[in-house]
Write a protein that binds this ligand. Structure first.
Ligand code: C2G
Length: 154
């Protein structure tokens, strides 16, 4: 049984996550995923839209994933690798080199990220949409106020 282990926040689950998990599942017989807890996300400077429980439910429903577990800190990877007897630790290549110290215990693999999609980009696009919509509502309100003013003078 060749186990692959990876970690992530996996907020606003998107094709970048799915494509990575698919590729990771092809590296072995079992894929286990450490999902960053809400508290650990704060340590990473991230505030996820979905809670840990929701993100864990979504990722564990993914056909490529066999098991999920909480990621509470940076230090737990080695004990996780031992607990799951993981033969491969793999991440997207935005982490290239950051976890090479694990190569004494298992194979360390960095796979190319999926370009042009990220949770941050999704959030930015949505907030821009919201801003545009609010500006449209505001200008329509001004028009209505002007009409009411005109009518009240007549
Ligand atoms: N990813 C990807 N392509 C994207 C976005 C993300 O391949 N367009 C990969 C990342 O490289 C990472 C995984 O998907 O391997 C999860 O990404 P995030 O949810 O952003 O996780 P991150 O904040 O990188 O947390 O201890 C490790 C950390 O918990 C990793």
């Amino acid at each position: 049984m060749k186990t692959v282990i990876t970690y992530g926040t996996f907020d606003l689950f998107h094709v970048g996550h799915i494509r990575l998990l698919n590729r990771l599942s092809e590296l072995g017989d079992r894929l286990v995923v450490g999902i960053s807890s809400d508290e650990f996300n704060e340590l990473k400077g991230k505030k996820s839209f979905f809670s840990y429980e929701e993100r864990a439910e979504i990722v564990s429903a993914c056909r490529y994933v066999d098991e999920v577990f909480p990621e509470h800190n940076w230090e737990q990877k080695l004990s996780d690798i031992r607990q799951y007897n993981a033969k491969i630790f793999a991440m997207g290549d935005d982490w290239e080199g950051k976890f090479d110290f694990l190569s004494d215990y298992c194979e360390v693999v960095y796979l190319p990220r999926t370009e042009d999609v990220s949770t941050t980009k999704i959030k930015k696009t949505l907030s821009k949409l919201k801003k545009n919509e609010l500006e449209k509502i505001e200008s329509s309100l001004h028009d209505v106020i002007e009409i009411v003013k005109t009518m009240s003078h007549d």
